[in-house]
Ligand binder design. Structure first.
Ligand SMILES: [Zn+2]
Length: 389
């Protein structure tokens, strides 16, 4: 998210401003002298920028440094997280669009939702416009911008190139929402958006792969804190990677044995229902007097979740190995993912990569998986408007 090229003189001030904001954002509370030391900027430049940021309502004075050092105690500064608000939209759920008003630390202050009732195409777009309008009316502070996590493949201009479930093709979503709201809008893929939330608000490192399991399976990748988009903006689209060595269940895409046939929420629920039905059948066949043990039902369910986790691990291992990732985060329904499935993913990835280079590899559930896209959407705005992530 940060500029990596040479900084041109005309951008120097904006660059320094973003540097000061990022430093304060990471540190919570600093004095002007701390800021000068940490950024390498002069005291004069810092004083000048801080005055501007205070007048913009982005930085606030929060008391003095406690301590016994002689002389005037230093004035402490921090990001004023509540003087502005951010609107986040999560368009990734199958039955509804969700939205939230957040502060600058990604704390959710208010949520709203609009049911989809099966709408697609222009009708679904109208629901997104309606939800944004609803939220805009509920804001109580100046709005910094709007961040949107959309399903499908999204380019850097916020055009949804393809979101089959919503029947959106080449939809200039960012432009439509900017026009309807009069606010700056940033649109990104939902899994990439979720990865930003883990990067900024989680305690992870710069390299994160977030696997989002919902109606489909997608992943967001950050390398050294920079999102990876791929040549056609489809990096992380791992749902239709074939993970069955031979055969496998037919997939909507026309292939067989795709990861989604194992790991999407509908596939997982169907496989569990099948296991339950097989158990019920076996129980009925057994002596009516001697009921089948309930643990037998659990055993069948665990086997389903374990097999799904193994297939996810098979898909993830080469990515983890090639990129030397330190962290894989799963986002989706905890009741399905957190347990035997997560354990199987960890075991499979470890077994298939070079353990000596991946000793620190963690595979874990996302923090607050339900809100991860909304909170990531707020990071899209922070990055766009303030240069902070
Ligand atoms: Zn497929």
């Amino acid at each position: 998210l940060r500029p990596r090229g040479k900084v041109l003189p005309e951008y120097a001030r904006a660059h320094n401003r973003a540097l000061v904001l990022q430093t304060l954002y990471d540190a919570e509370r600093l004095s002007r002298a701390d800021l000068a030391r940490e950024t390498g900027l002069t005291r004069v430049t810092i004083s000048d920028l801080v005055a501007e940021l205070i007048s913009d309502g982005l930085v606030a004075v929060r008391g003095h440094r406690e301590g016994s050092r002689p002389g005037k105690p230093a004035v402490m500064l921090e990001i004023d997280a509540t003087a502005h608000q951010v609107i986040g939209l999560d368009l990734s759920e199958p039955d509804r669009f969700r939205g939230a008003i957040l502060d600058l630390h990604g704390v959710i202050l208010h949520t709203d939702q609009v049911p989809l009732n099966g709408s697609t195409g222009d009708d679904a777009l109208a629901k997104a416009v309606e939800l944004l309008d609803l939220l805009r009316q509920r804001t109580t502070r100046p709005v910094l911008g709007v961040g949107v996590g959309s399903p499908g493949i999204v380019d850097l201009a916020g055009i949804v190139l393809s979101a089959p479930n919503l029947r959106w093709t080449d939809l200039p979503l960012q432009q439509v929402l900017e026009y309807s709201s009069g606010l700056p809008v940033q649109v990104a893929n939902d899994a990439n958006t979720a990865a930003l939330a883990e990067h900024t608000f989680g305690d992870g490192f710069g390299d994160v792969m977030l696997v989002k399991i919902g109606r489909g399976v997608g992943a967001g990748l950050l390398i050294d804190g920079v999102p990876l988009f791929g040549s056609r903006f489809a990096a992380g689209e791992i749902g239709h990677v074939v993970v069955d060595a031979e055969g496998g269940a037919p997939c909507a895409c026309g292939k067989s044995g795709c990861l989604e046939t194992w790991m999407s929420v509908p596939s997982l629920r169907a496989a569990l229902a099948e296991a339950d039905a097989a158990f019920a059948e076996a129980a009925a066949e057994a002596d009516a007097e001697a009921d089948a043990a309930p643990s037998d039902r659990d055993r069948r369910r665990v086997a389903v979740l374990r097999a799904a986790g193994e297939h996810l691990g098979i898909a993830l291992a080469p990515v983890v190995g090639a990129l030397n990732l330190s962290e894989v985060v799963l986002s989706g329904p905890s009741e399905l993912l957190d347990g035997p499935l997560l354990d199987a993913v960890i075991r499979t990835v470890r077994a298939r990569t070079m353990a000596e280079f991946h000793g620190e590899l963690t595979v874990r559930m996302a923090t607050n998986p339900d809100d991860v896209v909304l909170r990531g959407a707020s990071v899209l705005v922070l990055a766009d408007q303030l240069g902070v992530s």
